[in-house]
Design a protein around this ligand. Structure first.
Ligand SMILES: NC(=O)c1ccc[n+]([C@@H]2O[C@H](COP(=O)([O-])OP(=O)(O)OC[C@H]3O[C@@H](n4cnc5c(N)ncnc54)[C@H](OP(=O)(O)O)[C@@H]3O)[C@@H](O)[C@H]2O)c1
Length: 313
């Protein structure tokens, strides 16, 4: 999936790309599932954001993936053909295959008992949720306000906090309340009067994570939560003293810890939509709605779709 210039995601198209010859330390991975994140379309729209990630046009799309190793460079020792892997390949995951260095920090083994749909949507949201959970450092019994608890990051973060013994009050739209309950949060509708609603509920908020704008951070401040216990992942201009966290703050092993909880049946990675690659526009549209409950996945076929084969002429 490629784009040639920065601007609209409407120009994205499936196109044949010549396969690169592997360097001795590289592996080729056939992608089975690519997960979408808001940053994917934000990169297409913003040359400065793209530059921050080292992406120049023409470029590919997506980051999260799962798949299987299909070829190894002659010096590769860590992987064998047939190994199931997952991780992140910035700006190129929605593709028949990706090439990564064998010791790339975003290349991981997919544990037995984890399907590609789960592993393939995990990289950005899982790392970010882990980093936020670590920054919040909740004590068992504390109540945490999570703004945007049902999204890709929020649905994983909420479960990590519950697993750490916290009570979670999670904001969402009114229709998301049953979903928020299903992942362990007490639902609260976002919008005007958030601090007042929390005060009326009697919840004693000890910490907060804002995953959408600044409304949650502001409400938490209004309730007297110290700024150092409020974490944001989105705002470029958060309230003074609030802690900004990025997925890059995650620790090695964080994704494997999430998947260990998945294998134990103590965490699920909710999937809001699954699309064959030919329907990538619909997948991106759902992602851009900002109302996904969980993650959105694109499924790649074993062979390139006919539209790509046709384009190669
Ligand atoms: N700094 C980083 O490293 C980093 C990493 C990942 C993501 N991010 C950013 O963090 C944000 C969340 O990422 P994501 O992947 O979780 O996005 P997402 O999956 O698109 O989030 C969708 C969720 O946002 C909720 N939402 C919509 N409007 C809201 C509002 N006004 N207040 C509170 N929640 C609202 C929706 O709830 P309803 O459906 O119930 O309305 C939905 O559950 C994005 O802006 C993303 O760019 C930053």
């Amino acid at each position: 999936m490629r784009f040639d210039r920065f601007g609209s995601v409407d120009q994205l198209a499936l196109r044949p790309v010549a396969a690169v010859v592997l360097a001795p330390d590289q592996v080729r991975i056939r992608v089975t599932v690519a997960g979408l994140n808001p940053v994917d379309w934000q990169i297409v729209e913003s040359p400065s954001l793209a530059a921050a990630f080292g992406i120049a046009v023409p470029a590919g799309y997506g980051n999260d993936f799962a798949g299987v190793v299909v070829e190894t460079g002659e010096a590769v020792t860590r992987w064998r053909v047939g190994d199931r892997v997952f991780g992140g390949a910035r700006g190129r995951a929605v593709a028949s295959s990706v090439v990564l260095e064998e010791r790339h920090p975003s290349l991981h083994r997919t544990p037995d008992g984890v399907d590609d749909l789960t592993a393939g949507v995990l990289d950005i949201a899982g790392r970010t949720a882990s980093a936020v959970a670590r920054a919040l450092a909740v004590a068992p019994g504390e109540t945490v306000l999570v703004g945007g608890a049902g999204g890709g990051v929020g649905s994983i973060l909420t479960q990590l906090l519950v697993h750490a013994g916290a009570q979670v009050v999670g904001t969402g739209s009114a229709s998301s309340a049953p979903f928020l309950r299903s992942i362990g949060a007490e639902p609260l509708t976002y919008g005007e009067g958030l601090a007042g609603a929390l005060r009326a509920s009697g919840a004693r908020i000890a910490a907060a994570a804002d995953l959408h704008g600044v409304a949650t951070a502001l409400a938490a401040r209004e309730l007297g939560v110290p700024a150092r216990r409020i974490v944001t992942i989105e705002s470029e201009d958060p309230p003074a003293g609030v802690v900004s966290v990025n997925g890059s703050d995650a620790h090695p092993g964080d994704l494997q810890r999430i998947l260990a909880l998945v294998v134990e049946g103590r965490l699920t990675v909710p999937i809001a939509g699954v699309y064959p690659v030919e329907r990538f526009s619909d997948a991106i549209a759902q992602q851009r709605s900002r109302h996904a409950r969980g993650k959105i996945a694109i499924v790649l076929p074993a062979d390139p779709p006919a539209s790509v084969a046709d384009a190669s002429g």
